[in-house]
Design a protein around this ligand. Structure first.
Ligand SMILES: Cc1cc2nc3c(=O)[nH]c(=O)nc-3n(C[C@H](O)[C@H](O)[C@H](O)COP(=O)(O)OP(=O)(O)OC[C@H]3O[C@@H](n4cnc5c(N)ncnc54)[C@H](O)[C@@H]3O)c2cc1C
Length: 446
């Protein structure tokens, strides 16, 4: 590195870690010390723990995202995807939305490209499975579930109706459980406005491959959560795999089969496969190998954190020397701060600090006014847990404006009925004009 010139810091990913680290760097760096470029295919950071509330319609989708350009005023934000990194040459290549490939040189690399849904070779999964990792998927699911009610109420075919009213979630981590609970809550509420659909007409199923759900909370709280879900008519299958879902015909490992028009896949995450197009060291699970100081192991001038990285978990090192931090917002935000401080330490030739945080536990919503929490060993259920979930996550929203917007959404919901309109026409803006044109041309032809 040329000591005289401002260094160029390239941040790959403007999500939880990328945006938090960039905010800290732009605040703490001295003028002329370094310039920062943040590259992300999305123009915003998404606060993922609020996706279930988006799918329930409790929060407007735009309110859980933070526009990178408005908060990272001292950074250059590029909307694009880093598709290759040659760290040896200190060079990365960005594919822009227009399809051009732009090379960019840097001095310090920060890799925070997060994770993607972990899929399995289940026949039909690619065509039928809806992932639950983005604000687009959460918004789509809300509209999709409501539009299934519309379609079911308009048909007299009992088989089709059953299929339309069968909703399956595969994967019993917090993302799957919260998505399931929130969507069922919404659909049950909406059913009161249909003359020919009741809550009992819907089939909600949770399929989990292991013997328990929500590994983030204690086994006892997992059992409590299953009991609450079962009370609400949700069928929970443990130790069960989905073997096939071709054309929506679901086949489970216990031999049962059924048709479903909604299949949500939340069976875990894996590190972003963009790592495979870099010359950086990866562990056996495809994660970026990082040290306690969040530096990439074995190279200089590269850092990584969050879901994309395998960071040693120093709080568990005594019981398991190979333990790494779990993929969670809790670690992501804290790692981002240490990472930014260590980048500054590198620039100033100072000592870096190690990342150490003992996982505090989890809070989860099980639909309106119901929740489960297990924080520092303290177990909370029902309404208090639901308040904890909302309170904790709204405080974690990175800007005052996003906090205020979400609280406004919740406050308005206290005074009005739930919004139950499916706006799935948004995906097909020309559909109505096309059908009018088709009617007109049919009339002319006859
Ligand atoms: C539904 C759901 C609920 C959750 N609930 C909780 C919870 O209650 N508590 C908790 O602690 N954690 C929760 N998590 C997990 C938590 O949100 C993640 O662990 C955390 O967001 C990880 O942060 P990250 O910065 O590593 O990844 P992300 O926040 O996902 O950011 C990654 C960024 O990289 C960008 N990117 C991807 N590819 C490229 C590329 N090639 N080039 C450039 N940029 C790229 C992405 O667009 C994204 O903006 C939840 C996750 C989900 C999906």
């Amino acid at each position: 590195m040329d000591a005289r010139l401002p260094k160029h810091i390239l941040i790959v990913g403007g999500g939880t870690v990328g945006m938090t680290a960039a905010l800290r760097l732009q605040k703490k760096l001295r003028a002329g010390e370094a310039r920062i470029t943040v590259v992300d295919p999305l123009p915003h950071m998404t606060y993922l723990p609020f996706l279930p509330e988006v799918s329930a319609g409790s929060i407007d989708p735009r309110h859980i995202v933070v526009p990178l350009r408005t908060v990272l005023r001292k950074c250059t934000v590029i909307t694009g995807r880093v598709t290759r990194v040659a760290h040896d040459e200190r060079k990365a290549w960005i594919t822009t939305p227009g399809g051009e490939i732009e090379p960019v040189s840097y001095d310090i690399l920060i890799v925070t490209a997060g994770s993607v849904a972990r899929t399995l070779p289940v026949p039909g999964l690619a065509e039928q499975g809806i992932m639950f990792k983005t604000v687009t998927e959460a918004t789509y699911l809300r509209d999709h579930v409501l539009s299934r009610l519309d379609a079911a109420s308009a048909t007299d075919d009992p088989d089709l109706r059953k299929r339309l009213l069968t909703f399956v979630v595969i994967g019993g981590g917090y993302a799957g459980i919260e998505a399931l609970a929130e969507l069922q809550d919404l659909a049950r509420y909406a059913s009161r406005y249909y003359r020919n659909i009741t809550a009992a007409d819907m089939n909600w199923l949770l399929i989990e491959a292991t013997g328990r759900i929500m590994p983030e909370v204690s086994p006892k709280m997992g059992v409590y959560t299953i009991e609450r879900l079962t009370e609400r008519g949700i069928k929970v299958y443990l130790n069960t795999f989905a073997e096939s879902m071709v054309d929506g015909n679901v086949q489970l490992s216990d031999g049962s089969t059924f048709g479903a028009d909604t299949i949500v896949w939340t069976a875990g995450v894996k590190a972003n496969p963009m790592l495979m197009h870099t010359d950086l060291p990866l562990d056996q699970r495809g994660r970026l190998r990082c040290s306690e100081t969040l530096q990439v192991v074995g190279v200089s001038g590269a850092f990584g954190a969050g879901d994309v990285a395998a960071v040693p978990d120093l709080s568990r090192i005594d019981e398991d020397p190979t333990a790494t931090c779990s993929p969670s917002a809790q670690h992501a935000v804290r790692q981002a701060k240490v990472l930014a401080d260590n980048v500054i330490a590198l620039l100033r030739g100072k000592k870096m600090r190690q990342y150490k945080h003992a996982y505090a536990g989890s809070v989860a919503s099980l639909g309106l006014y119901r929740g489960v929490a297990d924080v520092y060993g303290v177990k909370v259920k029902g309404l208090p847990a639901w308040f904890m979930h909302r309170g904790y996550h709204v405080l974690k929203m990175p800007t005052f404006a996003s906090k205020a917007r979400i609280i406004a959404d919740w406050t308005l919901a206290l005074f009005f009925r739930r919004e139950i309109v499916a706006l799935d026409q948004i995906d097909h803006p020309k559909a109505i004009a096309d059908s009018v044109r088709a009617l007109e041309s049919a009339r002319i032809a006859s």
